[in-house]
Design a protein around this ligand. Structure first.
Ligand SMILES: [Zn+2]
Ligand SMILES: [Zn+2]
Length: 394
């Protein structure tokens, strides 16, 4: 049984590292071990490596490492695109190699040999579509249309010019320093896609996430059914109960069945766990982006709103504290017998400042679920009204 504990620990550590690396910065993990592991993996470890390289090999090597970092993180490059293609092809290869021998099987028909290939092909197609589609580049030729399609809300977006492109910056756009261009309805620069996610390709990006979640689910269920089929075909439960005299109950059979599966089908188990973990992460990521689309917000705007809300809260706090100070001064000077709050009320008030401090998020781009979804599926710049705006303005 010792080997199983090692496997379980290995699985747990892998899960912890993967979740920390990919989701450690999420607000729900604030102040937890996951956030600290995320910090170590993304900044801390790299910092140690740099110092180590500097101390052992000298400053020339540190410079070389920094230039590699610059190429990989601050310049467009296909490193993560290649990694994605390697991961998906290797996963499919190992699944085909380990499990296709059992298809058709007890629970699966032959069609899954072909549908699985088709599903992977669609996944790669969506990947290529997101990678090589125009995210909605703002240029001198189309800036006037973008300006009328995305008016300034004068809250988080005010009239501005891009200092690099030297053209007006439409609301919701951002200059991507990696791609060196302004992108309309900018969401984020995606390293995996080596492309910005913006007005015109958010739809492909969402489809990519959702499809890959379905792919992982399909893989997990199919491998599960392959293993269940083997269990049935080889009459494992029958052998265990009749020949080994094990009690025919789930609790007493489960450890033996798991042991048998780990011994005979470890590749499939590994693939199943991998697909299940990646599938869960993709579901979370897709859910996050779908929620943003339903509220017509972008990842870029969530940071802007956060800053705005913090600023507004501080401003309100300052206003309230000034008012409280003024009231207390006038209270001392004027009538001291004015009606005061009951003792209970004063007791339950958390802080005299918190009562009146409210920050309001007023997203003018949120036009209701249906219109918000339409805006993602049929971006403004693909509509006829957008080109018509050009002929009117030009
Ligand atoms: Zn720009
Ligand atoms: Zn970019």
């Amino acid at each position: 049984m010792g080997v199983h504990w090692i496997l379980i620990c290995h699985g747990f550590v892998t899960l912890l590292v993967v979740v920390s690396f990919l989701c450690g910065q999420w607000p729900i993990f604030q102040g937890t071990l996951i956030e600290r592991i995320h910090y170590f993996l993304t900044f801390g470890a790299y910092d140690y490596i740099l110092r180590f390289v500097g101390a052992v090999f000298g400053s020339k090597c540190t410079k070389a490492v920094l230039s590699v970092e610059y190429y990989c993180c601050d310049r467009p490059n296909p490193v993560l695109q290649i990694i994605y293609l390697v991961i998906i092809s290797l996963t499919y290869y190992f699944i085909a190699k380990s499990s296709f021998a059992y298809i058709p099987g007890y629970y699966l028909s032959e069609i899954h040999r072909y549908t699985s290939l088709l599903a992977v092909a669609v996944g790669i197609l969506l990947f290529l579509l997101t990678c090589f589609s125009d995210p909605g580049t703002v240029k001198a030729e189309n800036v006037s249309q973008y300006l009328s399609a995305y008016p300034y809300d004068n809250i988080i977006y005010t009239e501005k010019e891009c200092s690099t492109c030297k053209i007006p910056k439409p609301a919701r756009s951002k200059h991507c320093s990696i791609c060196d261009r302004c992108v309309a309805r900018f969401d984020h620069h995606c390293g995996w896609m080596n492309n910005c996610i913006g007005e015109r390709n958010t739809r492909y990006f969402l489809a990519f996430l959702f499809w890959h979640f379905l792919l992982c689910l399909y893989g997990t269920v199919t491998i599960g059914l392959v293993l269940a089929g083997r269990l049935k075909e080889l009459r494992v439960v029958y052998i265990l109960t009749v020949y080994y005299g094990i009690e025919n109950s789930f609790l007493s059979l489960a450890p033996h069945v798991v042991q048998w599966l780990l011994g005979s089908y470890n590749t499939q188990i590994l693939l199943l766990v991998f697909l299940a973990i990646v599938g869960m992460l993709l579901a979370g990521f897709f859910g996050y982006h779908a929620k943003l689309c339903l509220c017509n917000t972008t990842t870029n705007e969530t940071f802007k709103w956060q800053d705005y809300m913090n600023w507004q809260k501080k401003l309100n706090e300052a206003k309230v504290s000034a008012a409280t100070l003024r009231a207390s001064i006038s209270g001392i000077v004027g009538d001291e017998r004015k009606p005061s709050l009951s003792k209970w009320k004063t007791f339950f008030r958390r802080s005299p400042l918190e009562d009146d401090v409210k920050a309001v998020k007023n997203n003018v781009y949120d036009k209701g679920f249906i219109q918000n979804i339409q805006e993602v599926i049929f971006p403004f710049s693909t509509r006829r009204s957008f080109t018509r705006a050009k002929s009117k303005s030009g």
